[in-house]
Ligand binder design. Structure first.
Ligand code: ATP
Length: 318
């Protein structure tokens, strides 16, 4: 029987996850699953817990929380197991406010779904992005892994703003509010991007997103063509446009129709370097850990992810 370790962020979902988890534990005990668990102790403490669970030989690590918790667990797994065939599988139990990775994978916050996933899910190898960027204080070069979406520009401003709040409005409205208020004060920066170390483009951009997954910002389908296991990023760059034009077009991002807009550029690539003249914020899986210059590189089939049985038909075999 698989040995399972749950890493639970008690603060996810506006602090509701601690109480919910403690009330849910007896149900989990009755399933007969072989598991241990622990709460995270503060921001970015999940990587050390995940690394310890890797060393202890667990087969499945479950990130219980939002996209930030998944992001931290991915960094802990890779830090300790590298990219080897023996790496434990990652499972996600979306309990956050945004939960954009769960949207890409078709995993909902329902206990039947999770029990089904842990007992009958399929482990597939998926790609991971490596991000190299500068710390927020401008002092250090940092490197982190991400599973969902990396982005620079307006989304970084929004993530920084929304993460300072309790997200009491829930994911959809918190990020919508954050996006609208950021648009009001935002000035599109001058950015240069180098795609696959060959082609470059430059100009004023509202944002540039680099998707392994499809959604960010509490349900915005920013990279509608991304596939998490195809060995490529889906890059979407939105050129600068007026505030009213941005607000008018914002609803299209929820359905992925923004790709049809004349000011939206789209490509597939294995790496993306972004340089800026001033300070521009980086957004990684909904967290805001640093600033440009940033380089994103795809690492194909780098981590095992437990997905529902119907996943291959939902997203197409690659
Ligand atoms: N024990 C803890 N105490 C305080 N903060 C924590 C703790 N564990 C993790 N965190 C931080 O909580 C933040 C939010 O976590 P997470 O993203 O999982 O939930 P969320 O914000 O509700 O969901 P989403 O990102 O999907 O909107 C992250 O920045 C993470 O570092």
């Amino acid at each position: 029987m698989s040995k399972i370790y749950f890493i639970v962020n008690p603060c996810a979902g506006n602090g509701a996850t601690r109480r919910w988890w403690l009330s849910y534990l007896p149900v989990l005990d009755r399933t007969g699953l072989n598991f241990q668990w622990s709460f995270t102790q503060g921001p970015f403490t999940a990587p050390a817990i995940a690394a310890q669970a890797v060393d202890s030989g667990y087969d499945i690590l479950v990130a219980v929380g939002g996209d930030g918790t998944v992001h931290e667990v991915v960094n802990g797994i890779i830090r300790n197991s590298g990219f080897t065939l023996t790496t434990p599988a990652l499972a996600i139990w979306p309990r956050g406010t945004g939960c954009d990775l769960g949207r890409t994978l078709g995993i909902r916050n329902k206990k039947e779904d999770l029990i089904g996933l842990l007992s009958g899910g399929e482990a597939i190898w998926v790609d991971v992005g490596q991000a190299e960027f500068i710390s927020n204080d401008g002092e250090k070069n940092l490197s982190r892994y991400f599973l969902n979406v990396a982005e620079v520009g307006l989304g970084g401003e929004t993530a920084a703003k929304v993460n300072e709040t309790t997200k009491v409005l829930g994911g959809f409205f918190s990020f919508l509010w954050g996006s609208l208020t950021s648009i009001c004060t935002y000035r599109s920066p001058y950015l240069r991007m180098v795609i696959d170390e060959k082609h470059s483009r430059e100009g004023r951009y509202t944002l540039i997103a680099c998707g392994n997954g499809r959604f960010f910002g509490g349900g915005m389908m920013i990279c509608p063509k991304a596939k998490i296991n195809d060995g490529y990023f889906d890059i979407v760059a939105i050129e600068a446009m007026g505030k009213s034009n941005l607000i008018y077009n914002l609803p299209k991002v929820y359905s992925g129709r923004h790709l049809e807009h004349a000011k939206v550029w789209h490509a597939r690539a294995k790496s993306l370097l972004i340089q800026s003249r001033g300070r521009v914020l980086v957004n990684l899986d909904g967290e805001q850990p640093g600033i440009v210059q940033a380089k994103f590189t795809i690492i194909p089939k780098a981590i095992k992810l437990l997905v529902p049985k119907q996943f291959p038909t939902m997203f197409g075999e690659v």
